[in-house]
Ligand binder design. Structure first.
Ligand code: NAD
Ligand code: TYD
Length: 371
């Protein structure tokens, strides 16, 4: 197994990235993590409060599209791996404003690939292919949404043709393609993981699960797009982190690995579970700052709203490759994971309030200027 000396993690102040940074510091204490994040609306240094002082951790505010910055970081830290989480990640925003998805998700990835290639190349072989130093890897974090949508039957395998439907998934598919091309054309050691919908702590409350938990607590409408029968295949964020770690250390160059937890659920089932379990939790426990009466939490909060344009009907991941070839398996059942997740948001009401308040960006800037 390769132990990396210094890893560039991009987007490490977001939901999955912040969980991953902490996972790596805990599980690979000999590895230094440099977190490059632009702190867009989705990036939050508060997610990383508990590791701020860790001597193996460095935060850099900046843009993956910034050529000079990324080159300087490679020169300064001599990374031997890159894990690229940084992205615009929300489908609904990509429908409103596609352009930023294309520049960040595609051109940002290409800039990272170019710098990895330039920094790791130590020569050229007889055919003209670059030769790289040993034990380096570029890992692209992708999504099952690149495969498009499924009908009632079937699952996405790594061989499923890419057929992205939203501007978000099209930009992620493009990033996969350019990563694949750098492996094919330049032999850059690249791996890609495609994961299903994540849930867990620190998810920005524009996504289904934290949005619904936040709204239940405020007794606000729970907006279900269309009939709510769309299906997503849910994976706990910590299982995603362990899957990426497995591929980063044991995956084969040039390969794609799906990561999924075999947890298909219709959106409406998720909302029902959130109503039921938040109510139960509040009946059994009291939380500072939460005065919601559990008796007021009822099914009546659910409302059906206009469907998302081009809404993908069903995602389902076949995880046979990563489980059989690399021995990875998820550790959470959805039933336990959702209860733990609801409890986390109840216990971290301040986090939810802060993230949702308009002044929060100023808080991030202030945090950054202190570093
Ligand atoms: P997120 O929106 O919570 O976080 C994205 C992070 O990237 C933020 O911290 C943001 O500040 C940063 N960022 C955005 N643009 C940047 C730029 N130009 N330069 C540097 N940093 C920038 O997203 P997430 O849910 O944590 O997703 C992380 C990755 O995982 C994304 O690549 C996403 O496509 C992928 N993914 C997410 C899911 C999911 O369910 N959330 C599922 C599969 C794959
Ligand atoms: P989301 O969390 O945005 O993830 P993605 O679009 O990447 O799958 O949405 C998950 C599902 O929940 C998706 O089918 C859209 C639906 N949804 C709602 O019904 N209401 C909402 O308010 C949101 C945010 C999502």
């Amino acid at each position: 197994m390769n132990e990396y000396k210094t890893i560039l993690v991009t987007g490490g102040a977001g939901f999955i990235g912040s969980n991953f940074v902490k996972y790596m510091l805990e599980n690979h204490p000999q590895t230094k993590i440099v977190n490059l994040d632009l702190l867009t609306y989705a990036g939050n240094l508060e997610n990383l409060n508990d590791i701020e002082e860790n001597e193996n951790y460095v935060f850099v505010k900046g843009d993956i599209r910034d050529k000079e910055l990324v080159k300087n970081l490679f020169d300064e830290y001599d990374f031997d791996a890159v894990v690229n989480f940084a992205a615009e990640s929300h489908v609904d925003r990509s429908i409103e404003e596609p352009e930023i998805f294309l520049t960040t998700n595609i051109l940002g990835t290409q800039n990272l690939l170019d710098n990895a290639k330039a920094h790791w190349q130590i020569g050229t072989d007889n055919e003209g292919y670059p030769i790289y130093r040993d034990n380096v890897r570029f890992h692209q974090v992708s999504t099952d949404e690149v495969y498009g949508a499924l009908g009632k039957e079937g699952m996405f395998t790594e061989e499923t043709p890419l057929s992205p439907n939203s501007p978000y998934s099209a930009s992620k598919a493009s990033a996969d393609m350019i990563s694949r091309a750098y492996n094919n054309t330049f032999k850059l050691p690249v791996t890609i993981t495609r994961c299903s919908n994540n849930y867990g702590p620190y998810q920005f409350p524009e996504k289904l699960i934290p949005l619904m938990i936040g709204n239940v607590l405020e007794l606000k409408d729970l907006p279900i797009y269309g009939d709510g029968m769309q299906i997503r295949d849910w994976l706990h964020v910590k299982d995603h982190c362990s899957g990426i770690d497995t591929v980063l250390h044991h995956g084969k160059d040039g390969e794609v690995y799906n990561i999924g937890g075999n947890n298909e659920k219709a959106n409406i089932e998720i909302v029902d579970l959130i109503i039921e379990n938040t109510k139960k939790d509040l009946e059994e426990n009291t939380y500072e700052g939460i005065d919601t009466n559990p008796d007021d939490i009822t099914e009546d909060l659910k409302i059906h709203v206009k469907d998302r344009l081009g809404h993908d009907k069903r995602y389902a991941i076949d995880n046979t490759k990563i489980t059989s070839e690399l021995g990875w398996s998820p550790s959470y059942t959805f039933e336990d994971g959702i209860v733990e997740t609801i409890n986390w948001y109840l216990e971290n009401q301040d986090w939810l309030d802060n993230v949702r308040s308009g002044d929060y960006q100023a808080y991030y800037e202030n945090m950054y200027s202190k570093k």
